[in-house]
Ligand binder design. Structure first.
Ligand SMILES: N[C@@H](CCC(=O)N[C@@H](CS)C(=O)NCC(=O)O)C(=O)O
Length: 213
C-alpha cells in the first residue's frame, strides 16, 4: 500500500523521510500540510499528531511521527540505510539525536526567522545567537567528515539522510557550503546516490518561487 507523508516542501524534517522513501523505492505520496497558515496546530491535525508537527507517516496501518523514529522504522522495514549490528544502530541513534538537538532544529528555526517570518516580526538579536550555535555544530560535523565519506561506517545510512536535510535548501540561514569543505563533499556524495532529489522536487512548497513576468 502507498504510504502517505504529511509534509510541506520547506520542511527539512519532512525531507528526511521523503528522501528515505524515495531512495528505498518505497511507494509514497505527499499530503500537503499548510504549515504557514497554522494547519499543524489545528485540532484536526492534532488528531493525527498530538505533537502538532510534520512529518507524519501513515504506513502499514500505523501513524508514525518524529523523523528519527520514522527513519529507523523504514530502515528496519526495507533493510536499507540502517545499522548492521546493535553497535551500529546505537551509533546511528547517537547522530540522529545530535541532529535533532544541535543541527536540524537550530537550522530550521534560524531559516524560519530569516526567510519566512515577516520582517517586522523578526527578533533580530536571536539570529546571530542562533548562527553562533550553528557554527559550532557545523564545525563538529565538518571535523567528523574530514576522515570519512559517511557519518557512520563506510556506507550511507539514515544518519546521513537526517543530518543533510536542511543543508540543501537555497534560502539563506548563514551557511555557505564553501566554508565547510568536508560537509560540501559529503553533500555531493549524498546527492549522487541513485534516485536522490531536492526537497522542492519531492514535496509541494508553501512559497513557490516567483514566476517571471
Ligand atoms: N523532532 C521533530 C521536529 C519536527 C518539526 O519541528 N517539524 C516542524 C516543521 S519542520 C513543525 O511541524 N513544527 C510545528 C510547530 O512548530 O508548530 C522531527 O524530527 O520530526
Amino acid at each position: 500500500m502507498t504510504a502517505e507523508l504529511y509534509c510541506f516542501g520547506e520542511s527539512g524534517n519532512a525531507y528526511k523521510v521523503a528522501l528515505m522513501l524515495t531512495l528505498t523505492g518505497t511507494p509514497w505520496q505527499p499530503v500537503f500540510v499548510d504549515f504557514f497558515n497554522g494547519e499543524a496546530r489545528s485540532p484536526a491535525f492534532r488528531e493525527i499528531n498530538e505533537m502538532g508537527e510534520v512529518p507524519v507517516l501513515k504506513t502499514g496501518g500505523r501513524t508514525l511521527t518524529q523523523s528519527a523514529v520514522i527513519l529507523r522504522r523504514l530502515a528496519k522495514d526495507t533493510g536499507q540505510f540502517g545499522g548492521h549490528s546493535e553497535e551500529e544502530d546505537d551509533e546511528i541513534l547517537r547522530w540522529l539525536m545530535w541532529d535533532n538537538h544541535k543541527l536540524s532544529t537550530q537550522v530550521g528555526t534560524t531559516r524560519f526567522l530569516m526567510n519566512f517570518l515577516p520582517e517586522d516580526k523578526r527578533p533580530m538579536a536571536v539570529i546571530p545567537f542562533q548562527q553562533g550555535r550553528l557554527k559550532a555544530a557545523y564545525t563538529i560535523l565538518n571535523d567528523h567528515l574530514a576522515a570519512r565519506d559517511w557519518v557512520m561506517a563506510n556506507r550511507p545510512t539514515i544518519a546521513d539522510l537526517s543530518l543533510c536535510s536542511y543543508l540543501y535548501y537555497p534560502e539563506p540561514f548563514g551557511f555557505a557550503r564553501a566554508d565547510w569543505p568536508h560537509i560540501d563533499a559529503w553533500l555531493d556524495r549524498i546527492a549522487a546516490l541513485p534516485g536522490w532529489q531536492h526537497p522542492y522536487d519531492l514535496m509541494r512548497r508553501a512559497f513557490p518561487p516567483a514566476t517571471a513576468s
